[in-house]
Design a protein around this ligand. Structure first.
Ligand code: ATP
Ligand code: MG
Ligand code: FE
Length: 341
């Protein structure tokens, strides 16, 4: 089947045409970095307005590039949450309008499921179940991925997400926005051993992540005035990597039957993160799978792909599908821990 995918949950507007046979016929992405840069972070109202302005043209462009029309697609998939709800609404309402006009089914995709299934798009050999480290701007979770729509959450962050820690570190060091790539870039010129920083929950029997203490330590290191920004960036990145690897290693011991260690989400674009996880997988005798960099950060190909898998499984949605600010992949685990964790 052929799916049109739409993504608008944060500050990238994106559209893509993807087949259930993993062919990416076209994909377009418009970032909004320059619009948000003056504020040092994503401003929800500016993001929603930009999605409205850009999305229709992107959809036309992917169809034109693939020499197809809306009548050729089998279903229309859009991110329905979680994310900035104004932006989510823009993409979802657009998808509903197109679905109604062209008489096509709608697939309301969880953005996190898009990230979670994205590694399969570039790696055809990847089979369920796999252990997934989902590390993005808003989330840091370990998920046992058993199938489409079947996710067991083994761990989550008790405070900040990993990407959020990268973004806040970049802001504290004046490295600019967006923060993750800026920290990685600065870290290349720094010494990861220069600044003593904590590794929250390292070695803990608790399965979860924590990054708030690390962020506060970065602030103190900066204010101490003793260290070069590149050394703080490199030391922060190393501490974050150590935490991710420690927690993931702990989960691997419990993830019996996993066919691979998989990483997805924006932070998965980080070379130090990828390298350390590849080593961890090798130590456990497991294949390591990471999507190409452009599929790690937000994009519509992953939404179209998740939409294709759901459509093939008969999981289509009504035109009353809601836009959701919060939407956990594993509601049971969310309930057990309480909201926010
Ligand atoms: P979520 O998916 O949780 O809703 P999001 O969609 O905003 O959040 P993504 O687009 O998946 O997040 O990822 C963006 C995050 O990834 C940002 O926090 C960004 O700083 C981080 N990131 C991107 N590239 C890198 C990198 N090279 N190194 C570290 N972090 C990175
Ligand atoms: Mg972004
Ligand atoms: Fe994302």
């Amino acid at each position: 089947s052929l799916i049109l995918g739409i993504e608008s949950s944060c500050d990238e507007t994106a559209a893509a045409l993807v087949t259930s046979g993993r062919e990416i016929l076209a994909h377009k992405l418009a970032g909004q970095e320059s619009a948000h840069r003056p504020y040092g972070g994503v401003v929800p109202e500016i993001a929603a307005r930009a999605h409205i302005e850009i999305l229709p043209a992107l959809i036309e462009q992917v169809l034109a590039e693939a020499r197809l029309s809306l009548g050729d697609v089998d279903a229309i998939a859009a991110t329905a949450g979680p994310g900035l709800v104004g932006g989510v609404m823009v993409g979802l309402v657009t998808a509903k309008g197109l679905a109604l006009a062209a008489d096509k089914p709608l697939v309301a995709v969880n953005h996190l499921e898009g990230h979670a299934l994205s590694p399969m798009l570039s790696q055809p050999d990847l089979a369920f179940p796999y252990l997934l480290l989902l590390v993005s701007g808003g989330h840091c979770q370990l998920l046992f991925v058993e199938g489409v729509g079947r996710y067991r959450r083994l761990a989550t962050t008790i405070d900040d997400a990993a990407g959020e820690a990268f973004d806040k570190t970049a802001k504290l060091l004046g490295l600019g926005f967006p923060g993750g790539p800026a920290v990685e870039q600065a870290a290349r010129a720094g010494d990861p051993k220069a600044v003593p920083l904590p590794r929250p929950l390292l070695g803990s029997s608790d399965p979860h992540f924590s990054f708030a203490g690390l962020k506060s330590a970065v602030l103190r290191a900066r204010d101490a005035g003793l260290y070069r920004p590149e050394d703080i960036a490199a030391s922060f990145q190393q501490a974050a990597v150590d935490c991710l690897v420690d927690r993931t290693g702990r989960a691997l011991a419990a993830a019996v039957g996993a066919t691979a260690l998989v990483v997805a989400g924006g932070v998965a674009a980080n070379q130090a993160v990828r390298g350390a996880l590849a080593q961890l997988a090798a130590d456990h005798g497991l294949p390591f799978v990471a999507p190409p960099l452009w599929l790690c950060t937000d994009n519509a190909a992953m939404i179209a792909w998740a939409g294709a898998l759901r459509f093939e499984a008969g999981m289509v949605d009504g035109l009353d599908a809601p836009a959701r600010a919060r939407w956990p992949l594993d509601p049971e685990a969310e309930k057990a821990r309480g909201a926010g964790v």
